[in-house]
Write a protein that binds this ligand. Structure first.
Ligand code: MG
Length: 202
């Protein structure tokens, strides 16, 4: 199914590397050592998740059907126009956003407002093209991929008692095994040591 998602994304003009770039923009303020490769890897991990795949194939199918005027009315017109009060596209994308916990929500809201990079391009109405669901799905994937990185960086640092307390409540406690390998003397800076990041997977 991951291959289906990658093919659909490609057909709809979505480049995984471009989503990676958005993740990089989201995470760079929190980590000097983050790389684009790491961000792209995180995007690929998100779309390996069944919940993400289901949301993505559903949303893209609705966009494509609206493009072909194949949805029943009034839904077809609503999706084609991307009516401002139609929020089902955002709600569907939340199934992706929340995969790595509620920290993804903040990034999703931020991306929805700013329409960074690819998301802005998808949102621009190109003649005949319907991307009503796609722009939100891409924002959801980017937000989840950023949340995944945040879990690795902050969550493990919290577990190892090296991060400041209080501000990371939504971040800790998910998605990690193999923390035994993490360095107990990891740096107290907001960015965890490479060992900490390396030790986390998922
Ligand atoms: Mg939309």
């Amino acid at each position: 199914m991951k291959d289906v998602v990658l093919r659909l994304f490609a057909e709809r003009g979505v480049d995984i590397e471009e989503i990676g770039r958005i993740v990089y923009e989201l995470q760079r303020p929190y980590s000097d050592s983050i790389s684009l490769e790491q961000c792209i890897e995180s995007v690929l991990r998100v779309i390996e998740k069944r919940e993400a795949q289901h949301a993505i194939i559903t949303g893209i199918a609705l966009d494509m059907l609206a493009e072909q005027n194949a949805l029943p009315e009034p839904l077809n017109s609503i999706v084609r126009r991307d009516e401002p009060l139609y929020g089902v596209d955002e709600v569907l994308a939340l199934a992706v956003t929340n995969i790595y916990g509620s920290v993804g929500l903040t990034s999703f809201g931020y991306l929805d407002k700013l329409k960074l990079g690819l998301i802005g391009r998808l949102n621009d109405k190109e003649k005949g093209k319907v991307n009503t669901f796609l722009d939100d799905l891409v924002a959801g994937v980017a937000a989840a991929a950023a949340a995944r990185i945040a879990h690795q960086r902050v969550g493990d640092a919290v577990d190892n008692g090296v991060a400041g307390s209080g501000s990371s409540g939504g971040v800790a406690g998910r998605g990690g095994s193999g923390r035994e390998g993490a360095s107990p003397s990891a740096s107290p800076s907001p960015s965890a040591s490479p060992q900490v990041r390396e030790a986390a997977s998922g």
